[in-house]
Design a protein around this ligand. Structure first.
Ligand SMILES: [Zn+2]
Length: 136
């Protein structure tokens, strides 16, 4: 029992570590920004609500733009891949069977834009994810 108490006290610094959501490395709980990648930490400890929201936004945008983790990668694929596999055949179908005229022309280009956007989003996040893995 004495040993157990001693171990808990001895391990105290490690219990205060925060896992960085951007790079998945452990930081000491006292720091506000990740010492590996500079992402904002301490989301639950900060009493300032506005600052908390700003930090969450910074973590989210960092995860999407610079180092997306596996959760972001899977989320983006679940969201955009179904859109991509529906919008591209729809665009082709409208092009050949839309009967011509202004309405099908507009629908065709809207579908093409959705297809390009979804494809670019998937490409960008997937590329960033694998680049981040390689860099680590
Ligand atoms: Zn980090």
């Amino acid at each position: 029992m004495e040993n157990l108490t001693e171990n808990i006290i001895g391990d105290q610094p490690y219990q205060n570590t925060i896992l960085c959501v951007a790079c998945m490395k452990e930081n000491n709980g006292a720091v506000t920004f990740c010492r590996f990648c500079n992402a904002a930490l301490s989301l639950t400890d900060n009493p300032d609500h506005l600052q908390k929201i700003a930090m969450e936004g910074a973590v989210y945008s960092k995860a999407v733009k610079v180092k997306p983790n596996i959760v972001v990668l899977v989320g983006v694929w679940l969201l955009f891949f179904p859109i991509l596999i529906v919008s591209l055949p729809s665009a082709i179908s409208v092009m050949f069977e839309g009967g011509g005229g202004m309405p099908s022309f507009v629908i065709f280009w809207i579908l093409i834009i959705i297809t390009i956007f979804s494809g670019a989003m998937l490409h960008k996040v997937t590329r960033n994810y694998y680049n981040a893995r390689k860099a680590n």
